[in-house]
Design a binder for this molecule. Structure first.
Ligand code: FES
Length: 106
């Protein structure tokens, strides 16, 4: 079973922004949106490029490379050229610390 990895203290990510953390050699982007932490693998399903540097507006993340859009909260793809959803990871807050884990290793 994969371990929880600490991202940082609550408050270290501003609303609408993200931070990147290495979870077992997988780059994970942890966003804060509307007081909810959301963790995704920092990979666009279109061609495997990073996506966390894209524009996030009204809960929609736009890939900076070819413009595919995704609903951040669910990972669902909204517009091409991507056709697959984002990979969502588990995130929790324990004792004031944001933590993520890659449950795909379980
Ligand atoms: S790499 Fe994201 S849309 Fe092409």
């Amino acid at each position: 079973m994969s371990e929880w990895v600490t991202v940082g203290p609550v408050g270290s990510i501003k609303d609408g922004e993200n931070t990147i953390v290495d979870v077992d050699n997988v780059m994970v982007a942890v966003f804060l949106q509307d007081d909810e932490y959301i963790a995704i693998e920092d990979v666009c399903p279109h061609d495997g490029s990073e996506i966390a540097s894209g524009c996030l507006k009204n809960g929609i993340l736009e890939c900076p490379h070819h413009g595919a859009t995704f609903e951040l909260k669910t990972g669902n793809v909204l517009t091409p050229p991507a056709y697959e959803p984002l990979e969502m990871l588990q995130v929790q807050v324990v004792d004031g610390l944001i933590q993520v884990r890659d449950h795909r290793w379980d």
